[in-house]
Ligand binder design. Structure first.
Ligand code: GLN
Length: 199
């Protein structure tokens, strides 16, 4: 079993280091051929407009869509969540339209644009440690999107999801690859193991 990290821009190396800590083989993915050789894909944090433009130039948009629609597990963190989504609150950019959410980029505002917090996630007994860096939150989610963790928007009082799952798609606003915790990657590895060994 091999898990790919989209290696166009952003902190893909940190994701590959987390996979190594779990004893899972990782690979950098920059071409459709490299994508075809992995059982799951991580889309890292970074700058979502750059990742989107480069994915377009490298001819990866349609191949990623096809793989994920065919059931390949995918994890998007921060900019990766934005790239997986179906829209943003502030205009058009290259997105995969696989995750049925509209995201608000840089949602936490200037004063607290980067911070760390412990938060509860559905299905986990202990709080998780989350590193937010100019992070998005989910403004609006479709009916098939399961919300695993959310924060409250202080200006509207509304809940804004920060960890979601939609079938084989998992996305976090924060950066699990920057902490010592491996639970997000373990969820992806479990999904990839199921996907690579169909019963
Ligand atoms: N603010 C970035 C964006 O909009 C995301 C930041 C990140 O991935 N840490 O793409």
């Amino acid at each position: 079993m091999k898990i790919g990290a989209l290696a166009l821009q952003g902190d893909f190396r940190e994701h590959l280091a987390t996979l190594r800590r779990l004893g899972v083989e990782g690979a950098e993915v920059r071409t459709p051929e490299e994508l075809a050789a992995v059982d799951a894909l991580i889309i890292p944090g970074g700058e979502s407009t750059t990742i989107g433009k480069l994915a377009h130039i490298y001819g990866l948009i349609e191949p990623i869509r096809e793989c994920v629609r065919a059931g390949m597990p995918v994890l998007g963190t921060c900019a990766g969540m934005i790239f997986l989504a179906s829209g943003t609150t502030d205009g058009d950019q290259d997105q995969l339209h696989l995750l049925d959410v509209v995201v608000e980029r840089n949602a936490f505002g200037r004063q607290v644009d980067s911070f760390e917090a412990d938060m509860q996630v559905a299905g986990r007994a202990e709080p998780v440690h989350a590193v937010f860096i100019r992070a998005p939150w989910i403004h609006k989610a479709g009916a098939d999107v399961e919300i695993l963790a959310a924060v409250v928007d202080p200006s509207s009082g509304e809940e804004r999801p920060v960890v979601v799952r939609q079938g084989n798609i998992l996305a976090t606003s924060f950066h699990p690859e920057l902490t010592s915790e491996t639970w997000v990657h373990e969820l992806l590895v479990a999904a990839a193991t199921d996907h690579s060994q169909p019963s």
